[in-house]
Design a protein around this ligand. Structure first.
Ligand SMILES: Cc1cc2nc3c(=O)[nH]c(=O)nc-3n(C[C@H](O)[C@H](O)[C@H](O)COP(=O)(O)OP(=O)(O)OC[C@H]3O[C@@H](n4cnc5c(N)ncnc54)[C@H](O)[C@@H]3O)c2cc1C
Length: 391
């Protein structure tokens, strides 16, 4: 085990450097070839960024939500796909870190993660469940001390490059669709048969085709907490807050390019304020609002965890509504920010080979409202609002 895990400040500095020196350099090639951002992930591994959420008790850096969001958004300013890989990895790691139930094998996994820097992926999607993460068709089959699990996923990001996949499934063949568990499957214990392609508008470097998963393993790798609880207390908060930080980072990257462009115009005409500077000021308002939205909820999450009230408070309707609102607001704002930044820059933003190019961030940001459909989320919020009254 490592002697000392890097602090947040060290990790943040490392991710900022990796973002500028590695992710930015390879992002266009990753996008053009729809390939895994291996250079960036190797650099993150090297800097021990992948174990940042492992609790200090297990030798990790023990980062909270706000800090994790800062790392993800630092990366997304250069490469949305790389940042999505990091965010999805953190979501899975948080599920194990928060729901190991004290089981020896899962605690050992967390300790080993610090040295091994494994990449974790997720399969919640399934052919036939239509984007509803809270229902499964496949089921875990337990025999003695081992399980087997077959699943047909519609979308599985970077699964072919992962060391570990967390998979949702029904608890047993006779369990109901929402009586789910989260199962850890590890490299060597599973095979993947690719069933579809990943030639998408954006987030191309996440490499997320469909797969048929055939897996098995010791029963100790079935997380000991019902997936319904893991989903409410960890997977949904981590997904919606880290994704929102990521989408904010995409917006911040586009805003940064627009600001550079406007300053360049101003330098050419000393003593004047370019008309686009007003649009930039308006864009800054949207970006700031978006940042404060995800940061406020990250802080609230961290405060509840520190107070030990998270298992009660995060299970409440009020929190679920806040998560849904954050996700829909940020996923809709991000492409609008990139669109406005494109209008500020004009043709140089429209050109793919310009330093102000907005194509890739725009296409990446368009995935936000689909990644758990906003309509599906709005329908859930609508039914919760029938019974919920805000104080
Ligand atoms: C970049 C990216 C990476 C991903 N990575 C992974 C991964 O690693 N692992 C994984 O398991 N999955 C992954 N997914 C899949 C994701 O989690 C969702 O399962 C998937 O995006 C939902 O697909 P869908 O649009 O067909 O689903 P649906 O939610 O079924 O939506 C289909 C259509 O129905 C509409 N709709 C749905 N519900 C309602 C409603 N109640 N009211 C009105 N309209 C409704 C939607 O608006 C949409 O038009 C990824 C998705 C993306 C975009």
């Amino acid at each position: 085990m490592s002697q000392t895990a890097p602090s947040f400040a060290t990790l943040h500095e490392a991710v900022r450097r990796i973002s500028q020196e590695v992710a930015a350099r390879h992002a266009d090639d990753v996008d053009a070839k729809a390939r895994f951002p291996q250079e960036t992930v190797a650099a993150l591994r090297e800097a021990k960024v992948l174990s940042a959420l492992v609790p200090k008790e297990q030798g990790g850096s023990g980062l909270g939500m706000r800090e994790a969001g800062a790392l993800v958004s630092a990366l997304s300013q250069a490469c949305g796909s790389s940042a999505m890989v990091l965010a999805m990895h953190y979501i899975q790691l948080a599920c194990v870190a928060r729901h190991h139930g004290g089981h020896a094998q899962l605690l050992q996994f967390l300790r080993d993660m610090v040295d091994q820097q494994w990449v974790m992926a997720s399969i919640t999607s399934e052919v036939g469940t239509f984007g509803d993460t809270r229902s499964s068709i496949c089921a875990v089959q337990v025999e003695g001390e081992r399980f087997t699990l077959l699943k047909e996923a519609t979308t599985g990001s970077y699964c072919a490059h992962a060391d570990v996949i967390l998979v949702t499934a029904r608890r047993a063949p006779d369990a109901g669709a929402s009586d789910q568990v989260l199962v850890m499957v590890r490299e060597g214990d599973y095979s993947l048969e690719q069933t579809s392609t990943w030639d998408t508008m954006g987030m191309r470097g996440t490499v997320s085709p469909g797969f048929k998963l055939t897996s098995g393993g010791p029963v100790a790798q079935i997380l000991p907490v019902p997936f319904g609880d893991i989903s409410a207390l960890t997977m949904v908060p981590y997904s919606h807050i880290l994704w929102s930080s990521l989408w904010w980072g995409i917006g911040a990257g586009a805003h940064g390019k627009a600001a550079n462009y406007v300053r360049g115009v101003a330098r050419k005409n000393p003593g004047t304020t370019p008309p686009t500077a007003v649009a930039l000021a308006e864009l800054t308002v949207q970006l700031q609002t978006m940042r404060h939205h995800w940061q406020a909820l990250a802080d609230e999450f961290d405060t509840l965890v520190a107070a030990g009230t998270d298992s009660v408070e995060l299970a409440k309707i009020g929190w679920a509504l806040k998560m849904n609102s954050l996700k829909t607001a940020c996923s809709e704002t991000a492409p609008r920010i990139v669109h406005r930044a494109l209008q500020i820059v004009g043709i140089l933003g429209y050109k793919n080979d310009s330093p102000f190019a907005m194509g890739r961030p725009y296409r990446d940001a368009l995935s936000a409202s689909l990644m758990i459909s906003n309509d599906r989320i709005a329908a859930k919020s609508a039914s919760m609002l029938l019974v919920f009254k805000d104080e």
